[in-house]
Design a binder for this molecule. Structure first.
Ligand code: SF4
Length: 320
């Protein structure tokens, strides 16, 4: 079966203008040649530090940012060939901040029902019943539909956000840091809910997070991003058990393992993430890489298969 989502060499560059004269001062390469596939019913975890391009990539997938190059193919059809309304029904997004993503002046029931109203789905009675069903699905009582967002906790609001995305029976949900603003115990509940719903409705997720431990709980495959590019990608179990790329190793070394006796030595990343306007030559990770050698400054490594379905962009594993 063809993948539900395919990204072919997708790039998103932003022109930066000089304030006074409006001349182009440079280009931010927020996403710089990303290729990946996501199969129906699976979760792709997209992980990396803040500013690595994950959220821009999410917007490119959703069609909320016009891509500079490459192609996004969804359901076998290029994204720009989709009718906007049909696309919105099949692709939805959950945002990071459950406080700002819900209109404080709208009752919860109305927030969940809104897309059904816009798309004129069912009769009024059927829409009301659907809202009650959606509230039940995300673990909220039907009377909550009459309340306002400020009456809910962060976790409950994120449940409401999930219910809203499910209203149109989408195939793909892009979750952009959906649990980052929540307490750890609430994070686990929302992740459990997302997993249950995925099984029940055969949902496909692109799950974005800066937190590798969160991504490891939910993802079938993981892509590690750095400066707009994928550094490593593969099945999450294989990748987390034996990461190859020094950047993945460093991110993983900062995560607490379930068994403290198996804690890998902490690899401290020195320096900040370089500017995507002026990325380093060669391997973009070389100024911070503890394993960098001469060749890393000269040429940019491409993703190469390193076994177990994992691909890594690192000169330690490939020839020029
Ligand atoms: Fe480090 Fe070199 Fe590999 Fe880049 S190519 S990750 S700098 S070892």
């Amino acid at each position: 079966m063809p993948p539900l989502l395919e990204l072919i060499n997708v790039a998103k560059h932003f022109k930066v203008k000089n304030g006074m004269l409006g001349l182009q001062a440079g280009t931010v390469r927020a996403v710089d040649g990303v290729s990946l596939t996501v199969n129906r019913g699976e979760t792709l975890g997209l992980v990396g530090e803040s500013g690595c391009g994950k959220s821009t990539l999410a917007k490119c997938i959703m069609g909320l940012e016009r891509i500079t190059a490459g192609e996004v193919v969804f359901g076998g059809k290029a994204l720009n060939a989709w009718d906007e309304k049909k696309l919105r029904r099949r692709m939805q997004m959950v945002f990071q901040d459950p406080y700002s993503s819900l209109n404080p002046r709208q009752k919860i029931g109305s927030i969940i029902r809104e897309s059904l109203d816009i798309h004129a789905i069912g009769t009024k009675k059927e829409r009301r019943e659907k809202v009650i069903e959606l509230l039940r699905l995300v673990g909220l009582r039907k009377e909550f539909g009459e309340r306002y967002p400020h009456e809910f906790s962060g976790g409950q609001r994120q449940r409401v956000a999930v219910a809203r995305t499910l209203a149109l029976d989408p195939d793909l949900i892009v979750c952009d840091e959906p649990v980052s603003a929540l307490d750890v115990s609430v994070q686990a509940q929302v992740l459990g809910l997302l997993k249950d719903l995925q099984k029940r409705f055969d949902l496909t997720y692109v799950f974005i997070s800066h937190d590798l431990s969160v991504v490891s709980h939910i993802s079938d495959n993981v892509a590690v991003m750095y400066l707009g590019r994928i550094m490593e990608i593969g099945p999450s179990q294989t990748l987390f058990a034996a990461p190859k790329h020094p950047y993945t190793k460093a991110l993983l070394s900062a995560v607490l393992p379930p068994d403290p006796a198996r804690q890998p030595e902490r690899i401290a990343l020195t320096g900040d993430l370089p500017s995507p306007m002026n990325p380093p030559s060669g391997c973009p990770f070389h100024p911070r890489c503890p394993e960098a050698f001469d060749k890393c400054r000269r040429g940019r490594p491409q993703l190469m298969e390193v076994g177990g379905g994992v691909k890594t962009a690192c000169w330690l594993y490939g020839a020029e």
